[in-house]
Design a protein around this ligand. Structure first.
Ligand SMILES: Cc1cc2nc3c(=O)[nH]c(=O)nc-3n(C[C@H](O)[C@H](O)[C@H](O)COP(=O)(O)OP(=O)(O)OC[C@H]3O[C@@H](n4cnc5c(N)ncnc54)[C@H](O)[C@@H]3O)c2cc1C
Length: 367
C-alpha cells in the first residue's frame, strides 16, 4: 500500500457504538494508547428503540455518566410500563431494576453514542473517522495486528496494533471476523420517530404480536409528545409477513387497544428503517489471537427482547478488562483472553441459550 498513511497504537477499537466506545474509554483511562475508528462521521444515527435498560444504566454509572445530567431535556423517561398480550389483556407495572433504579431512560442514539465517543476521546483515545476498516490480519510471529482501512476521501490507511477490538455491529463487519449465526438467532427490527403520541405520563408501551420472545411492537417516549415506535420479530416471521415494516407499525392502532389509544393521532416524522439484529451470543469463539469480538458483532443482543445496548457496553467493558490484564506490550494470544469469554458467558450465556432453545423449534406465526 504505497503512499498509505500509517498509524500505530496499542489497541485499535473498530466501531464506535456503545460496545466500542465503552471499551475505548476504559482502556484509555487505564493508560493504553487506543485508536477508536468508525466509518461514520459522528454524531451518527443508529436504528434503535433508544431504551436504556438495567445493564446499560449500570455500565453508564461505571463510566460516571448520569443520564439525567448527560442529556438534559433530551431524554424520555418512564417508571411505568404497559403491555398488551396477544389476546388483548393488558398488564401494567412499575419498573424496578434494583440498586434503587426505577427510571427507564430513552435517548436518541445520535446523542447517546456521541456522548460515549466523546468520553473515550476525553480519556485519551485517538478518534479516526470517517475511516472504514476493510481487512484485518494477525501476524503470530511478529505478534501484531494490521488493519487496512480507507479514510475519506478514498485515502488508504494502515493501522498497526497489538490487539483489535471488533465492535462493528450487526452488519457484515470486517473480513476475517464472520458472525456464524443460524437464522433462529436473527431478528428484524425497525423503527421510526412519531409526533402526537398519546402515551400516559411516565409510561412506555409494548404490544405483543406473536408467540415467542421478541415479537412485539413498542412505543417509547421521547421529549415533546414524540415517541420511538417500532417492531421486532424473528427473521423467518418477517419473511412470511412479506409486508413493509412501516405498514406493520401503522396498522397497529387498527388492531389493538393500547396502540389505538396511544397512536391514534400519531404522525411519522422520520422514515421507518429496519435492520437485522443478531442475538443470543455467537456460537464458538468470541476471541482469537490478538482480537476480541464485542456487542452486536458477537451477536450479543438479548433474544428475549432485542435489547443490545447494555450487553454491548458490558462486553466492551469486559474486553477492556481482559486486555488490560493480559497486557505486556505485545499481541495477547487467545488463551490469555479467555477471561473475556468466561465473563460474557457467565453474564448472558445461560439465559440467552434457554430462551433460544425454547423457541428455536416453534413454528412461526403471522400477525
Ligand atoms: C430497531 C431496533 C431497535 C432496538 N432497540 C433497542 C433498545 O431500545 N434498547 C437496546 O438496548 N437495544 C436495542 N436494539 C439493539 C441495539 O441497537 C444494538 O444491540 C446496539 O447498537 C449494539 O451496539 P454495538 O456497539 O455492538 O454496535 P453499533 O451500535 O451497531 O455500532 C457499530 C459501529 O461500527 C461501525 N462500523 C461498522 N463496520 C465498520 C468498519 N468496517 N469500519 C469502521 N467502522 C465500522 C458502524 O459505523 C457503527 O458506528 C435495537 C436494535 C434495533 C435494530
Amino acid at each position: 500500500m504505497s503512499g498509505a498513511r500509517s498509524e500505530r497504537c496499542d489497541i485499535a477499537v473498530v466501531g464506535a457504538g456503545p460496545a466500542g466506545a465503552t471499551a475505548a474509554c476504559h482502556l484509555a483511562r487505564a493508560g493504553l494508547d487506543v485508536a477508536l475508528i468508525d466509518r461514520a462521521a459522528f454524531p451518527r444515527d443508529k436504528v434503535c428503540g433508544d431504551l436504556l435498560g438495567a445493564d446499560a444504566l449500570e455500565e453508564l454509572a461505571q463510566l460516571g455518566v448520569d443520564p439525567a445530567e448527560a442529556w438534559p431535556g433530551r431524554t424520555g423517561t418512564a417508571r411505568r410500563w404497559r403491555e398488551e398480550g396477544q389476546d388483548g389483556t393488558v398488564k401494567e407495572g412499575e419498573e424496578d431494576f434494583g440498586a434503587g433504579r426505577r427510571t427507564v431512560y430513552f435517548v436518541r442514539r445520535a446523542d447517546f453514542d456521541d456522548t460515549l465517543r466523546r468520553l473515550a476521546v476525553s480519556a485519551g483515545a485517538r478518534w479516526l473517522s470517517p475511516c472504514r476498516v476493510t481487512g484485518l490480519r494477525h501476524d503470530p510471529l511478529g505478534r501484531r495486528c494490521t488493519l487496512d482501512a480507507v479514510a475519506e476521501p478514498g485515502r488508504a490507511t494502515r493501522i498497526e496494533a497489538s490487539a483489535v477490538i471488533c465492535a462493528t455491529g450487526a452488519g457484515k463487519g470486517v473480513a476475517g471476523t464472520r458472525f456464524d449465526a443460524t437464522d433462529d438467532r436473527i431478528y428484524v427490527a425497525g423503527r421510526a420517530h412519531y409526533e402526537n403520541v398519546a402515551l400516559p405520563p411516565d409510561t412506555y408501551d409494548f404490544y405483543h404480536l406473536g408467540h415467542g420472545p421478541a415479537h412485539y411492537g413498542w412505543a417509547f417516549p421521547l421529549p415533546g409528545a414524540r415517541a420511538n415506535v417500532g417492531i421486532i420479530m424473528p427473521l423467518r416471521t418477517w419473511r412470511l409477513q412479506g409486508l413493509r415494516g412501516a405498514q406493520l407499525v401503522e396498522r397497529l392502532p387498527a388492531q389493538r387497544r393500547l396502540p389505538r389509544e396511544t397512536l391514534r393521532a400519531a404522525v411519522r416524522v422520520t422514515p421507518f428503517r429496519a435492520v437485522l439484529l443478531r442475538t443470543g451470543l455467537q456460537p464458538g469463539e468470541l476471541c482469537r489471537d490478538g482480537m476480541i469480538l464485542v456487542g452486536d458483532a458477537a451477536g450479543m443482543a438479548d433474544p428475549r427482547n432485542g435489547e443490545g445496548i447494555g450487553p454491548a457496553m458490558f462486553s466492551g467493558h469486559a474486553a477492556a478488562d481482559a486486555l488490560r490484564e493480559a497486557w505486556q506490550g505485545r499481541s495477547p494470544l487467545r488463551h490469555e483472553l479467555l477471561g473475556y469469554e468466561a465473563a460474557v458467558r457467565r453474564k448472558y450465556g445461560e439465559a440467552f441459550e434457554i430462551t433460544r432453545r425454547r423457541f428455536a423449534g416453534d413454528p412461526p406465526r403471522v400477525g
